[in-house]
Ligand binder design. Sequence first.
Ligand SMILES: C[S@@+](CC[C@H](N)C(=O)[O-])C[C@H]1O[C@@H](n2cnc3c(N)ncnc32)[C@H](O)[C@@H]1O
Ligand code: FES
Length: 450
Amino acid sequence: MEPFRFHLFVCTQQKPEGVPSCPASGSSAVFDALDRETQARGLNHHVQLTTCGCMGLCDEGPVMVVYPEGVWYRRVQPADVSEIVGTHLHDGKPVDRLVWNDAPAMKAMSLEHGEKFRAAMAAREKAGMLPDRLDQMIRGYMPSRCILTALELDIFTAVGDGANAEQIGTRVHANARAVGMLLNALVALGLLSKSGNDYRNQPESARFFVQGSQDNHRNGLLHTANIWHRWSTLTDAVRSGTRIPIGRDTPEWTRNFIAAMQRNAKERAPLVVKALGTAGVHRILDLGGGSGAYSIALAKACPDAQCEILDIPEVVPLAAEYVSQAGVSAQVSLRAGDMLQDDFGSGYDIIMLNAICHMFSEEQNRDIFRRARQALAANGRLVVQDFILNPDKTGPQQAALFSLNMLVATRDGASYSESEYTRWMEAAGFTGVCRINLPGPSDLIVGRVK
Ligand SMILES: C[S@@+](CC[C@H](N)C(=O)[O-])C[C@H]1O[C@@H](n2cnc3c(N)ncnc32)[C@H](O)[C@@H]1O
Ligand code: FES
C-alpha cells in the first residue's frame, strides 16, 4: 500500500564531527529545499517527505531514496532539488545524472559500512569509552553558554550587515581577540557565516537574535542567560535543599523575566482559552498574571468579561504596557499585591494560576487553592497550568528538569504531579477535578465549585 504517489527518505543521520555523513554534506538543506519546492509546486499532497537514518552510503551523501520505485540518489545538493521535483516528482522521470543504480556496489558499500561500524562500536565498548550520547549531554553547556554570551553582549546585532571581529569587538565593548574566538565558535554552531574576515548572521540569527527584527527573542532569552547563573549553584542547592542567594533581582532582570513569560504565554494563551471555552465567563482573576497574555486573550475572546491581574508591584507597570498595547485596558485591570497573603475578592467565574504553582510549596499551593475556592462564584473554575509530572516524578523530562529550575530559583518551588494537584484541589472543596492536555509541555488541571 502507498498512500502517497511518492515517499522520499532523506538521510539526516548525525555522526561525530569528522566522520563522513549526509548532514555533513548538506542533507538538511536538501530536505528543506525539497519541502519548499514540493509545497511551491502543489505536490505536497502527493509526496511524503521524511528524514531517515544512515543507509551505509555515507561517503556518497547526501543520499535520498524515492519510493515506491526505489530510485536512489547520491550527492544531492540544494541546487539539484528543483530539477528532481520538476522532472521526477512532477513528470515521473528520474534525474539520471544523480541516480545511483549500481545495486551490487551499493549493497557491498552498505554491508561494509555496517561491519566497520559494529567493529568500531565493539572496540569503543571494550576500551571503556564514554558513549557519544553521554559525552554530548555532559558538554551540552558549551554551545548553550556560547549563544547566551553572544546574546548578553548583543553580538548578533553588532554583526549587522557584516563586520570583522575588531569592528564587532568595538561595538560590544569587548576584547577583539576573544570576540573573534566567540564569533568562530558561532560559525561552527551554524549561527553565523564567515567570508574572509567578515562575519554575517545566518537567517535564523538575523530573525530571532537581532534588535529591531520583528521576531527578536533576545530580551526573553536574556532571562535564560540569568537562569544559567542560578543553575551553576545547583550542587550547593542540592546540598542545602533550597536556592543559593546570588544577588537581588534587578529591574532589568524583572523586565527580561516578563519578556520571557510573554514569549511563551502569547503562544499558549489561545490554547488555554479554547480549552476553557468562554460560555458564562464574566469575571476572571489572573493570579501572578505576568505580562497579562492570558487575561488579554480572554478579554479578546469574551468582550463582556472583566479580568483582573494580581502581581507583585515591580511587574504591574510592565503588565500595564502589554495590556495597553493589546488595546484591552478597559477590560483588564491591574492590582499590585501578594497572592500568598492578600484577599482575592469574590464572585469570579475563573481564577487562573498559569505557571504559578511551581514557584510555591505544597502548603502554599493548598492555601491558595482554599482561598481561590472562597473567591469563586457558583460553578466557577480554578485553572492551573503547569508542567505536570508523571506519578513517579521521573518524567516528562522537561517537567523533571524544571523542578530543578525551581530548586535553584525559588525557596520552596518544584514541579508537581497530577495526583498532587487533584488531591489539593479536592481538599480545598473543588469537584470534577480533571486534566486537560494541551499541545506542548504544560497541561491544565481544572476544578469546579458546585
Ligand atoms: C512564572 S511567572 C508566570 C506569569 C504568567 N502567569 C504567565 O504564565 O505568563 C510568575 C508570575 O507570578 C508573579 N508572582 C510571584 N510571586 C508572587 C506573589 N507572591 N504574588 C503575586 N504575584 C507573584 C511573578 O511576578 C510573575 O509575574
Ligand atoms: S549518514 Fe547518510 S548514508 Fe550514512
